[in-house]
Ligand binder design. Structure first.
Ligand SMILES: [Cu+2]
Length: 163
């Protein structure tokens, strides 16, 4: 397992453990019970720097997308968190909705779907956006993705929600 992923898992669960057991775990979190995760787009490849992170059901989450300033491919990116099992459907919808001339300019490449739980705007290189939300109460594997057309198949991962 990638040690970075392990650290992220600790970051999201550590605050809860600390409250119960007095343990101090290395954590990105600054407030008890808040899971802070930063996902950065690669400067040249169509991928994120994380493929997975874990949160507690009902936990407060601060999820930050970074499109790096030193991007080489100069691609815009967004970040969507969606319902379990809907990655292909949302990816296909993004491709289909390119027919709408406002899809990129006004709609930030976010398909119209009830399966989209949270999303950022389309970010240009050098831009950052933080989503603040409450993790679902239902445990499961919630995909995250960039829905900019052509990106989703490679730029995706899983937010695991556990009890
Ligand atoms: Cu992208």
């Amino acid at each position: 397992m990638d040690p970075r992923l392990f650290r992220i898992t600790l970051a999201c669960l550590g605050a809860l453990v600390a409250l119960g057991g007095g343990l101090i775990l290395r954590a990105d979190s600054v407030a008890p019970g808040v899971c802070e995760v930063t996902i950065t787009a690669h400067i040249s490849d169509l991928r994120f720097d994380k493929e997975a992170f874990t949160v507690k059901a009902g936990q407060k989450v601060k999820l930050t997308l970074v499109n790096p300033e030193n991007s080489i491919n100069l691609q815009p990116h967004n970040l969507l968190v969606i319902e379990p099992g809907k990655l292909e459907e949302i990816g296909a919808a993004a491709t289909a909705e390119m027919a709408d001339p406002t899809f990129l300019s006004d709609r930030h490449a976010v398909p119209t779907s009830n399966y989209v739980l949270h999303h950022t705007k389309l970010l240009l290189p050098g831009e950052t956006e933080t989503l603040e939300f409450t993790a679902p109460d239902v445990v499961g594997d919630y995909p995250f993705l960039c829905s900019y057309p052509g990106h989703w198949a490679a730029m995706h991962g899983i937010m695991t929600v556990e009890n």
